[in-house]
Design a protein around this ligand. Sequence first.
Ligand SMILES: [Mg+2]
Length: 340
Amino acid sequence: MPDVALHHEVLRLRTPLVTAFGELRERELLILELTGPDGVTGRGESAPLTPYDGVPVEVAAEALAVYAGILQSFDDDTPGALMLEACREAADIPVALAAVDLALWDRAGKRSGRPVATLLTDAPLDRVPVNATIGAADRAGAASAAAAAREAGYGCVKLKVGLGDDAGRVAAVRAAAGPEMHLRLDANGAWDVDEAVRMIDALSPAGLELVEEPVHGIDAIRAVRERVAVRIAMDETAGDFGALIAGGADAVCLKISRCGGISGLLAQAALVQAGGAEVYVASTFDGPLGVAAAVHVAAALRVTAACGLATLQHLDVDIPEALAVRDGAISVPTAPGLGV
Ligand SMILES: [Mg+2]
């Protein structure tokens, strides 16, 4: 019977992040450790972000306590997929299931001596391109963040919009980032359809790679996409029933926490790609385990659009060497398991 341990960690943001859904100051992470009789421990993480995914930390913690009891009831040779399915049947909370899924993959990688990305596919990418995220609500702050991203070698910056003075901040970021930088906007669903069309038309002369979640909801996203020339991506809406196969977006942002881990993200990516849209991966200010998992799965999916995984920089935490951002990319960890 595997041994299961649960821990709770609170990580503060270096500076509070302003988004359309409010101000974010700290992250609570729930860590699950799964140790087999061979002494190999797999570690997974649940990173609920209540304003974003609607799941209170307490709900995720309760689910994890239930999962711990279930995991401990299995024989040591039970396949991981069956363990995960039993947990899902008990409580279908994707953000909590992610901790179980990550721990199982981490343990599988460590037992076989291979990084998780190579368990997922024969030919993962070596490096995953990532974007810098700019949350500054004023032009000067946005411009200096864009200049810093350019200096650090990022090829893509994502600017949070729907915060007021979007036009001024977009222009400031473009000027500071230079003409080559991919500029992505994220409204976190702050606009309605007409407003989104008006804003995107007004902002697009700056050169936009895509606009993420301009509005919320499948029908609204489709309506915006039909009326603008810029590529439209789904993020929060991807959690709505049927959204992944609705074919209403050019790209879909998938997250470890919302998909229920690596296994769930791979399954959702297959649906998105079958519908002809592009996949990229982002964190919800996950801790190192969640970011590592996302890097492995993005590498396995051979994602070419920049992923929103340069997020540990925002947390007051020592960034593991294996997850350092260099020249706008994170190298896939090479140590066995998740590699952190
Ligand atoms: Mg987003």
